[in-house]
Design a protein around this ligand. Structure first.
Ligand SMILES: [Zn+2]
Ligand SMILES: [Zn+2]
Length: 598
């Protein structure tokens, strides 16, 4: 175990001042979780979220009629009554849950939803995603590795999109990932001209650090061999100096993105509602944004308010406000916990380093094949101060930390706050991603009562890259240690960080239960595998707990909202490698059906 002084010495040794930027990332775009990939886009397209918020017509919020859900295989996630076959739903809440023979007599003649033995679980809770950027990307076609193994297939999809798009309008794609999709390392103007010469075509790389466009888009943006590279960025070029369609880093993408009418025309409040609909399809009934205010500060709160007031939300929404906008929050006197069961402020989010796959996560040791140890996104004394101040103000503090040295710093900040009489455990403080964990750190987390949320897709999608290129096998084995946390009785959850990986709690469960790696027949540290029951807790009751919502959702128990799913298979009984292909047949929120698979 480290003491405070040795951690200080360690971090000073590993972080020369020059590596520590004064605010956030030096690149104003960077990743959605770490910096402002879209604030610049919003500015360039003159998008004002407050204006968008005003454009949301209301709809009636209905609460389902009273009913008896019968003949179901109900997994309640309520430890005191784990199984049931009947659930009584009145006024959007669960009035009673138990066995059919015991249904209270006065309710016996209610309308019945006979599920014919199908499996019912609580609605899933996604504890870490990013709503405004997802809303912005919602009209972009997903051509990523989750959908297409090869670049050729991805381009084929864009061709279909172009055929379905009126002449001259933008065709836009996202999630293209040459590190996971077979084919060339980048998309050139020539490749995207094959998609269309009638439409401007633009594609985001999954990292959002790179973009690609076709000739129509290049001409629209007025780029040619005489266009200089914008500061801090680069235009890919052919041998003759003409832009080849590859846009490296934010400022280069901005030259093209600013002309994208698709971004200007869509109403982002409507797009948020569409994100909720997509979340319902994978069984999510509550989700939590982990970076509110990074894009347009308090205007994002206007957006949330309009979602709330519209009565059209099909998922409950929680959000953590970003430290990046601290000054603005302090000016308007924001406090923890405000809101109701539909929209509620549940945390204060601090980003302490970059990402491991981007080699910007802050490390104790250098990355494989380099001297670099990643980046701190906040200075150490600033982190200590922010953690203490926000704890003192009553916030649940969530700190993003990917590298092991970043986690050292976070643990140190909470230790210092605890020594001053503050209680991170009581406020359910979290470490976001918490990717590389050593035994001493897990013990320290248990001692401080800190709860991790793991971006479990790291194991499956990037596991092989972590083992072979980024960390080497020994350190990569310390990734997303769900098993070790489970053994120590630490409450942990799993998340998508969408748009980093796609929201899908059953896929996340499969990743945690199997720890398979994409394009590999190896498992990543199989000792960290967890039973399906633990993974199911992580996407229901424990995620609800982390989001300060376990009093109302997360398990099927009298008094809670009737947020539940009907599944085609039992996640506790299928083979682990089939978890991700379980189908969500129906999604219900407040006793009202919001999704049914047809
Ligand atoms: Zn993050
Ligand atoms: Zn994030």
């Amino acid at each position: 175990m480290f003491d405070d002084q040795s951690i200080d010495a360690l971090t000073e040794l590993q972080m020369p001042e020059s590596l520590v930027p004064h605010k956030h990332s030096a690149d104003p775009f960077a990743c959605p979780c770490c910096a402002n990939v879209f604030s610049e886009t919003l500015r360039l397209t003159n998008t004002d979220l407050s204006e968008h918020a005003k454009g949301l017509p209301p709809g009636p919020r209905s609460i389902g009629t009273p009913m008896l859900v019968t003949n179901a295989h109900i997994i309640t996630m309520d430890a005191s009554h784990p199984n049931a076959d009947t659930m009584l739903v009145v006024d959007g809440k669960i009035l009673w849950v138990g066995m059919q023979a015991d249904v209270p007599e006065e309710h016996n003649d209610l309308k019945r939803l006979d599920l014919k033995g199908k499996v019912v679980v609580p609605g899933f809770v996604e504890p870490h995603m990013h709503l405004p950027p997802l809303a912005m990307l919602h009209s972009f076609s997903n051509i990523g590795p989750n959908r297409f193994d090869t670049t050729a297939q991805a381009l084929e999809q864009l061709k279909k999109d172009a055929a379905a798009t009126p002449h001259g309008e933008w065709v836009v794609g996202r999630q293209f990932d040459p590190s996971l999709q077979q084919g060339p390392d980048y998309l050139t103007r020539q490749m995207l001209d094959e998609v269309s010469t009638d439409h401007p075509v633009f594609v985001y790389n999954a990292s959002l650090h790179l973009g690609y466009c076709n000739s129509v888009a290049i001409d629209l943006a007025g780029l040619d061999e005489n266009t200089p590279d914008p500061q801090g960025a680069e235009l890919g070029r052919d041998a003759d100096g003409k832009p080849n369609g590859v846009l490296k880093a934010g400022p280069a993408m901005a030259l093209v993105v600013r002309h994208n009418t698709k971004l200007k025309e869509q109403n982002l409040a409507e797009a948020c509602l569409s994100v909720f609909n997509s979340a319902n399809e994978v069984g999510i009934t509550t989700l939590c944004d982990q970076g509110t205010g990074m894009f347009q500060g308090p205007k994002e709160l206007d957006l949330y308010q309009s979602l709330h007031d519209s009565g059209r939300m099909t998922a409950r929404f929680r959000y953590c406000v970003s430290q990046a906008a601290a000054k603005r929050w302090d000016e308007i006197g924001l406090t923890w916990g405000e809101g109701d069961e539909w929209v509620r402020r549940t945390g204060w989010k601090i980003v302490s380093d970059g990402s491991n796959q981007g080699r910007t996560g802050l490390q104790r040791e250098a990355f494989v094949g380099s001297d670099a140890k990643g980046m701190a996104y906040i200075e150490k004394d600033e982190l200590d101060e922010a953690v203490e101040k926000r704890l003192r103000e009553g916030w649940a503090v969530c700190v993003h930390a990917n590298g092991d040295a970043a986690i050292d710093r976070v643990l140190d900040a909470f230790s210092k706050a605890k020594a001053k009489g503050l209680d991170p455990a009581a406020q359910r403080c979290r470490i976001e991603h918490c990717s590389i964990l050593h035994d001493d750190q897990i013990e320290k987390m248990a001692e401080l009562g800190l709860s991790p949320s793991f971006l479990i897709g790291h194991v499956h999608y990037w596991g092989k890259a972590f083992v072979e290129d980024i960390f080497g096998p020994e350190k990569a084995a310390k990734l997303d240690r769900t098993g070790a946390c489970e053994d120590l009785g630490i409450r942990w959850t799993i998340h998508s960080d969408d748009p980093v990986t796609e929201m899908n709690p059953l896929r996340c469960m499969e990743n945690a239960v199997t720890r398979t790696m994409w394009r590999s027949d190896q498992l990543l540290s199989p000792e960290e595998r967890v039973p399906a029951a633990a993974a199911l807790r992580a996407v229901t009751i424990d995620a609800a707990w982390q989001c300060h919502s376990d009093h109302e959702v997360g398990s099927l128990k009298a008094g809670k909202f009737a947020d539940f799913l009907v599944l085609d298979k039992d996640p506790l009984a299928v083979a682990p490698e089939q978890l991700g292909s379980i189908q969500v047949l129906e999604t219900w929120i407040s006793g009202e059906q919001v999704f049914a698979r047809t």
